[in-house]
Ligand binder design. Sequence first.
Ligand code: FAD
Length: 580
Amino acid sequence: MTVFLSLSLPLRSLTFPQKPTSNLFFSTQFRLSYQSQSMSSASQSEPKLGSKVTFQVPGLDSSEIDRIADATFQRYSSPKLQRNGSGVSIVWFRNDLRILDNEALYRAWASSEAVLPVYCVDPRLFGTTHYFGFPKTGAFRAQFLIECLADLKKNLMKHGLNLLIQHGKPEDILPSVAKAFGAHTVYAHKETCSEELNVERLVSKGLQRMELPGVSGNQNAKNPKLQLIWGSTMYHISDLPFNPDSLPDVYTQFRKSVESKSTIRGCYKLPTMLGPLPSGSLDEFGGWGSIPSIHELGLHQGKREKGMYFIGGESAAMGRVIEYFWKKDLLRVYKEIRNGMLGPDYSTKFSPWLAFGCLSPRFVHEEVKRFEKEREANNSTYWVLFELIWRDYFRFLSIKYGNSIFHLGGPRNVASKWSQDQNLFEAWKEGRTGYPLIDANMKELTTTGFMSNRGRQIVCSFLVRDMGIDWRMGAEWFETYLLDYDPCSNYGNWTYGAGVGNDPREDRYFSIPKQAQTYDPEGEYVAFWLPELQALRNDKRNFPGKAYLQQIVPLKFGSTNFKSGHPRFKSVRQNKEYRR
Ligand SMILES: Cc1cc2nc3c(=O)[nH]c(=O)nc-3n(C[C@H](O)[C@H](O)[C@H](O)COP(=O)(O)OP(=O)(O)OC[C@H]3O[C@@H](n4cnc5c(N)ncnc54)[C@H](O)[C@@H]3O)c2cc1C
């Protein structure tokens, strides 16, 4: 399913604009790109982001990534921490693939004499999506997961532990591992959506059925317990000024309330050593098990030939934080550049690591505060936290609204007519709608597993507003491809984009011509992904007329007809834009 584009782009097309433009985004990004390039490589005098067609994120070599990770672990280590438990506990890793600020790991360590870390490669993750039967996990995300597991295993080993990797359902595996090692508790992070909650229930039941004679850790326990811990958000659920069931339906109210009434907890410190491992044989589990290859997961990873590719794992996540905030100094200007679409540096790109739990949002918060103290505090430094509060909000909303976030009518149960026209949907997902901005974004998604926030909002609006297609088809396509897929943020944003979200005011149309003129005025982005537009004048790349594919549907408002140098906008009241 992966689409690879040819590499026939002339270098000129891949560089930032050579002349200053009046557009704030481009001029700022140009300047920043130049500064960061010259900071990191003195020999490079040309301000070229685009002299490359692939961008590793983070753009650091593996030894630097390891150095940064080790230094960060060191910074957070505390020799004073003491464990006061007995017996064996298990850490069941789920979407929390990190050792820093991992409360489940910390509590397992503190409450035992030996910890066994376990990861289950659950076949259900590699099945199909709920309604439309797309692959549930595409090859990019699977590859990212593989790298996350390798890095987690490495970091656990550096701290005196290891990672038992088992292929199968957690509810089948964890009870037998707990029995074999006489573990008194399985610690894990709590999830909020139905599929994950179901697994929690089954694991808990499986453990309850497991009789443990002579568990030494807890005299009263007859069977191992499942201890679930909250840890995916920046604000802890227990620190919210309201019960999640009465969460405000307007984001601003939620944000103002948590900002004024709650505090963000500090990161958990890391014991200098997490070992020992429990004694006992792993023979019945086939030893420590192996990290699956992409082929073993039934997937095929093509060559990465274009756009960004992300390195999975906690170490790379820390590398990215240090690179974006400190080395490139981009936190200082994040708010001005965050709406970009091209290259690795317009936004943090933390989302894949946050989704897999390689990166703790509380760690990001602490790094922002450190930056504000040591360098500068401004609107941009705050804005990263503002965006992370959106992430928290969607997570808490999934508790309040349950499965309705996956339903056609969304949390408000809105009755609308939707089409499931396959021709239109195929054109959208394959990037051949005849609108360069849509097509470029969709090609980026299927080539890399990533799309900018701006791009996601635009392609979502186009699918649901201009094409009238069932928004769940778009959401499930994103579920397959996104590296950073998480059910709360994905379905939360899609319900907003489709106008069926909990907040009726989040119901806006994105005008493609206006978005193109504002965010890709030189056509750099579309030309990067659609090489056939290279030959056109910069200002025509987003408005190519007959020089490009025929438009598959007309726009609901406005048009991309290029008359006397400008696209025509129809000024209608409904043509409201997202301001975020
Ligand atoms: C239709 C649609 C689907 C989306 N699906 C997902 C998804 O499955 N997973 C996901 O993590 N994000 C999703 N987003 C939100 C957003 O697009 C990505 O989080 C963002 O583009 C990631 O890039 P970044 O890390 O550079 O973001 P930055 O701009 O650097 O923001 C920093 C962090 O804030 C959080 N954040 C920013 N915007 C949002 C938002 N609108 N909603 C929730 N969190 C946000 C992310 O964790 C992000 O990493 C979706 C947005 C839309 C419009």
